[in-house]
Design a protein around this ligand. Structure first.
Ligand code: 9WN
Length: 426
């Protein structure tokens, strides 16, 4: 599958549905590729980082110029990165989107290095990617602290990566949708409408992205309740947890390069404390999202709130509560479901087929398996690993599956599903 999706310099998530390079997909794909081709894994990350903007942001899509414009929406003529993004330092030679995705890259770079340190050192892999990764984290921590509490905000649901999660329903309700006739969705040519976001969701995605673009992709951190932010600003536990995990990885990379990693480890611990302070909800037994504009936690339980289990510096009692919540009635791990769903099984918003509103996703389950192992739960981790491998295989490496039955939904032959299954086999 990874061979089929390889373009020569990177791997597409899906030939039909997503025919370009995606940011967090590439990080997960590199984590799998390292076992079969460490060189290809390094190249995957280098290609993405070559499209980095001058202000440090790593765009969520790097467009392949040989793919027809109408193959994916929004296409380069919508984002207009090289003109609208000029002030923010968008590259001139490659077309990209102007928003970001979760920062899994430093974690991926470290794991790729560890797979073949000899090749990595011979190619100067870490020495080349380190300054770019450091600038990427700097962008997020300095330009995207829109809530003023030390965490990163996303300004578009596509940035967080779980596009139509019910967690966004409240903040998105403030966004006036772009008229349906002003754009044409390409995803419906390849995906069943019931498995995808609705037209109303898309209208809002388009409005938010167009407004950000028309403002020159400028970020205006200010503190307070979203002062200066756009209509949508959310602190999300998964995005921030992945940044923290990557900050720990960056500390290891710095040490490998002969510098001290202590300051980065300390920053990762401070960020973990900020995550607990701002997003932990003891009553729910999990992390919630913070609506920066509204100034309060969003009461929906999205699987993003379990992802911080990945963090080494998490207080013991919080890790224990997260495991209890994952195994309880809201997420059903080890009980009602085959794989952990993307959303609370008991929420009225739960929909077992619609994208991030219920289906189980392989990257999320891979992250949870890591977290269970890290926090000393080898039994549930082994069971989850087995379930991910069986379901990846039986679903034809689907993009996502029905969490109860494992029935495939979305695209088949999906990049990170194949890559992360490969990783679990090693
Ligand atoms: C928008 C590529 C991406 C993933 C996201 C997933 C989906 C895109 C879309 O596909 O989003 O970025 O068009 O729906 O939600 O997590 O990175 O696989």
């Amino acid at each position: 599958m990874l061979e089929d999706n390889w373009t020569g310099t990177s791997t597409v998530p899906s030939r039909n549905l997503y025919p370009h390079q995606w940011s967090w997909d590439s990080a997960f794909i590199a984590i799998g590729l390292r076992h079969v081709s460490p060189l290809r894994a390094q190249t995957e990350l280098e290609t993405l980082l070559n499209a980095q903007w001058g202000d440090g942001r790593v765009p969520h899509i790097v467009f392949n110029p040989s793919v027809p414009l109408d193959a994916y929406f929004p296409s380069p003529d919508f984002w207009r990165s090289s003109t609208a993004g000029r002030a923010a330092g968008a590259p001139r030679t490659v077309q990209t989107s102007g928003i970001v995705q979760p920062p899994v890259h430093a974690l991926a770079a470290w794991l790729v290095h560890e797979a073949d340190p000899g090749l990595s050192r011979a190619r100067g892999f870490l020495a080349r990617v380190y300054p770019r990764l450091a600038a990427w984290h700097r962008y997020l921590l300095h330009r995207r602290d829109l809530g003023g509490g030390g965490l990163v905000s996303v300004v578009h649901p596509w940035e967080q990566g779980m596009d139509n999660s019910p967690c966004w329903d409240l903040p998105l309700s403030r966004v006036a949708p772009a008229p349906a006739r002003s754009f044409r969705r390409a995803d419906l040519a390849h995906g069943a409408p019931g498995d995808r976001p609705t037209d109303l969701d898309y209208g809002r995605y388009v409005r938010l992205a167009a407004d950000y673009r028309d403002g020159g992709y400028r970020d205006r951190p200010g503190g307070g309740h979203g002062a200066g932010a756009g209509a949508f600003a959310v602190e999300d536990p998964a995005f921030n947890a992945l940044l923290i995990a990557s900050e720990h990885a960056l500390a290891r990379i710095a040490r490998e390069l002969g510098a001290a990693g202590t300051a980065r480890h300390a920053r990762a611990r401070r960020l973990t404390a900020a995550l607990v302070r701002r997003l932990w909800d003891p009553a729910a037994g999990m992390f919630l999202c913070r609506d920066v504009r509204g100034g309060r936690l969003i009461r929906e339980r999205g699987v993003c709130g379990l992802v911080p289990l990945l963090l080494p510096a998490l207080p013991r009692e919080i890790a224990a509560a997260l495991v209890r919540t994952a195994c309880g009635p809201h997420f059903g791990l080890g009980g009602a479901v085959r794989l952990v769903p993307s959303h609370d099984l008991l929420s009225p918003a739960f929909d077992r087929h619609r994208y991030w509103r219920g289906p189980a996703w392989f990257n999320v389950n891979w992250l949870l398996e890591r977290g269970l192992r890290l926090h000393g739960r080898p039994g549930p981790a082994a069971a989850l690993r087995r379930a991910v491998l069986d379901t990846a295989d039986s679903s034809g490496f689907a993009e996502y599956v029905d969490p109860y039955t494992g029935e495939p939904r979305g695209a088949a032959g999906f990049g990170w599903t194949a890559a992360l299954a490969l990783d679990l086999l090693h």
